[in-house]
Structures are given as structure tokens and as C-alpha cells.
Design a protein around this ligand. Structure first.
Ligand SMILES: Cc1ncc(COP(=O)(O)O)c(C=O)c1O
Length: 388
């Protein structure tokens, strides 16, 4: 049986989420129908909205259920940008970061290439933290021309946590809406939409133990993003289409449990991660912890193993029964250098030699030991296999 240490890519389905899904699938009714069965599924949907809202510190009317992180990011970024530009054509600057997930970088770049957006990126320190002085200067320089800021809460590769309230405070001087991809944060660090100062935030269910294909865009009532889809007007007219109450119920159950366990898991996984990092550095002293010294999420360990290549390391570790990733998944299954590490200033060679180990609810001390044993066997082979 393989050891799964790739929980940032997707994590195990929680029993509560599975049960909520199968129970909801037994109930028949379109939540928009006015008859009693429709009202019953509507009630389930609204209870689910309430639970998700509670889990992220939002109001229930701020939760728009959708298919997950990619959709939420696209919706927030394009929708808010289009609305802002429609009001003022000169308001077309987007501030984001080179270390964002592709589900943010790609829509941002698409707007730059196709919709006349001016895209500017924040600077980072070598440990991945945002250089807040340079961010402040960028905001002051572009001021009221900034349509939108999109900066993630937790980086899915390095685990670096950004100070979102500090970011929104700076943006507030010019009334700039801020969106945050909180996919890697939700269920792992405490997030509170109400006090964050954010206009919009993206959540994905499968990162907290719900099935793949459900998530939410959390969006302030005051925001009027232009919708990506048009139709029946469901979900504040932001997500037309028959509302998926079974997946919403499943997401709500997973989110509730994840938040209830958060404190305990942060302590447990943080201790496991510390053990893992110390043991890796002892076994391979040349290894680099990519976000050393940064404020990091407890479940995430990310290394560069100089002289190796990520794909060789992942393949060899997999052969030993250990599933990890480099962090940068690619459709074709061919790993390029990590754009996150490049954005932090690592060289192309270093950014092609990373391994990400991410822990989750099912992770144990034995899993970490299996990884370490495999690493000790695999690392010399990967070094040997890498052309000088
Ligand atoms: C930070 C981050 N944003 C967005 C996504 C995309 O989420 P989804 O798979 O729900 O579309 C992911 C998934 O890997 C992610 O880690």
C-alpha cells in the first residue's frame, strides 16, 4: 500500500462528506421548485451555505457554490475586472504575484493579453514572503487605476502564509477590491472573511475532504462582478444552473469537520512536519527548505534537492510506494521548473529539483518514516541519474 503525502493536491474524502453526499442523493427535488420536495432540497442547500459561511467567517449570502478553485478564481478575477473597467476604462491595472497558482496567474495573464489589463507583480523575499514595502509602493504608484489585487492566502507549493489583513488595509486607501485564493489556506489556517477586508475569496472542497468538483466563491454583497455564466439567475445571478445541493451538503460537512479539527491538526501536523524537515536535513544536508523562516502552513514541507530533477525524484519515490509531488502539476505529466520557485528567485536548475510533501488527516508518523527511508534510498540514485 502506497503512502500518500500529497494532500495539497487533493485529500482523502471524509466519511461525513461521503455520508452527506449519499444522503442528499436520495432526496429528489430541484431547489428552485416551489413544491414541497423542491423546498426540502432548498433547505438543505441553505443549511449547507450556512455551514460553509460559518467555517470561513462569512455571511451566508456571501457564499456562491460552484465547481471549485479554478472556477472561483476565474470568476472573481475576470468578473471584478470587467465590472471595474466598465465603470472606468482607465481602471485596468491588476496587481498579483508570480507565485500564485495557475488558476490565478492564467486568468490574470489572459486579461492582460486579451482585455487590455495592465498586469503588475509584487516582489517577494527569497523565502517567498511578499515584500510589503514594494507592495505598498506599487499600490501608491497605480492608485485608483488598480482594478483588482489578487494575492493568495497560503501558497500551495511552499506553504507561505500571506498577511491578508495587512494587504487589504493598504488597498483600502484607494478602495481597491482584493481577492484571495484561499484554497490552500481553508481548513489549514484560520481564515475569517469578515475581518479579512477581502472583497472575494476562493475555496475548494476537495482540499478539505469533500469530493472534487465543488467549492465556493465567497464574495461581498457590495461587489458586483460580471458573471462568467448567464442563465436562470441562481446564486445571486453569479452561478446560473440548477443548484447542486448534494455536493454543497457534502462540502459543508467536510468544511465543518475540518474547522472543528483545525487547532488539533495544526499542532499534530506541525510537529510531524518539523520532524520530517529535521530528518531530511540530516539525511541530505545539501537540501534546501524553500520557505525557510517564512510564516508557513503546518501541513506543508517543500524542498529543493540540488543536483536532482523533480521528475526523477517523484518517479523513484513512487516506485518505493511514496506519493509526493513537486508542486507544479502539468496536464501533460511532464514537470517543468516550479514557477513559484522561479518567482521567489531560485535558479531554473533549483526550481527543477523540488519535492513537496504535504500532510493531511490520514498522515501518521509511520508515513513520514516511510518517506524518509525511501528518500535515503532514492536520493543517491536521482543524483546519479541527473546529467551534470
Ligand atoms: C492554491 C490553489 N488554487 C486553486 C486550485 C484549483 O482548485 P480546483 O482543483 O478546485 O479547481 C488549487 C488546486 O490545486 C490550488 O492549490
Amino acid at each position: 500500500m502506497s503512502v500518500f503525502l500529497d494532500h495539497a493536491s487533493t485529500t482523502a474524502l471524509r466519511s461525513c462528506a461521503k455520508n452527506a453526499l449519499s444522503d442528499a442523493l436520495e432526496i429528489l427535488g430541484n431547489p428552485s421548485s416551489v413544491h414541497s420536495q423542491g423546498r426540502a432540497t432548498r433547505e438543505l442547500l441553505e443549511q449547507s451555505r450556512d455551514e460553509v459561511a460559518k467555517a470561513c467567517g462569512a455571511n451566508r449570502s456571501e457564499i456562491i457554490f460552484n465547481s471549485g478553485g479554478t472556477e472561483g478564481n476565474n470568476h472573481a478575477i475576470k468578473g471584478i475586472f470587467w465590472d471595474r473597467v466598465a465603470r472606468d476604462p482607465e481602471c485596468k491595472v491588476i496587481i498579483s504575484s508570480r507565485t500564485e497558482h495557475h488558476a490565478v496567474i492564467d486568468p490574470v495573464q489572459w486579461l492582460g493579453e486579451n482585455q487590455n489589463a495592465e498586469v503588475v507583480f509584487v516582489e517577494h523575499f527569497a523565502n517567498g514572503m511578499i515584500d510589503m514595502d514594494s507592495f505598498k509602493s506599487l499600490v501608491s504608484k497605480h492608485g485608483h487605476r488598480v482594478a483588482l489585487i489578487s494575492l493568495m492566502w497560503v501558497n500551495n507549493e511552499t506553504g507561505v502564509i500571506s498577511d491578508i489583513p495587512a494587504i487589504t488595509k493598504i488597498a483600502a486607501k484607494f478602495d481597491i477590491p482584493v481577492h484571495s485564493d484561499a484554497v490552500a489556506a481553508f481548513g489549514h489556517v484560520l481564515i475569517d472573511f469578515r475581518t479579512s477586508g477581502l472583497t472575494a475569496m476562493t475555496l475548494s472542497g476537495h482540499k478539505v475532504g469533500a469530493p472534487i468538483g465543488v467549492g465556493a466563491l465567497v464574495i461581498a454583497r457590495s461587489a458586483k462582478p460580471i458573471s462568467l455564466v448567464h442563465g436562470g439567475g441562481q446564486e445571486r445571478s453569479l452561478r446560473s444552473g440548477t443548484m447542486n445541493y448534494p455536493l454543497a451538503a457534502s462540502f459543508a460537512a467536510a468544511a465543518k469537520e475540518a474547522i472543528a479539527e483545525l487547532d488539533h491538526e495544526v499542532t499534530r501536523l506541525g510537529a510531524l512536519k518539523d520532524q520530517l524537515e529535521a530528518a531530511v536535513m540530516e539525511a541530505v544536508p545539501s537540501a534546501i527548505i524553500t520557505a525557510q523562516g517564512a510564516n508557513r502552513a503546518a501541513y506543508n514541507a517543500h524542498f529543493v534537492f540540488p543536483g536532482t530533477q523533480s521528475d526523477a525524484m517523484l518517479f523513484l519515490l513512487d516506485q518505493k510506494g511514496v506519493c509526493v509531488s513537486a508542486g507544479s502539476a502539468c496536464q501533460a505529466g511532464v514537470l517543468g521548473p516550479s514557477h513559484v520557485l522561479l518567482g521567489m528567485g531560485f535558479s531554473h536548475t533549483e526550481a527543477s529539483a523540488c519535492v513537496r510533501v504535504t500532510l493531511g488527516k490520514t498522515s501518521t508518523f509511520q508515513d513520514v518514516q516511510r518517506f524518509l527511508t525511501a528518500l535515503e534510498q532514492v536520493h543517491p540514485v536521482a543524483l546519479e541519474a541527473t546529467p551534470a
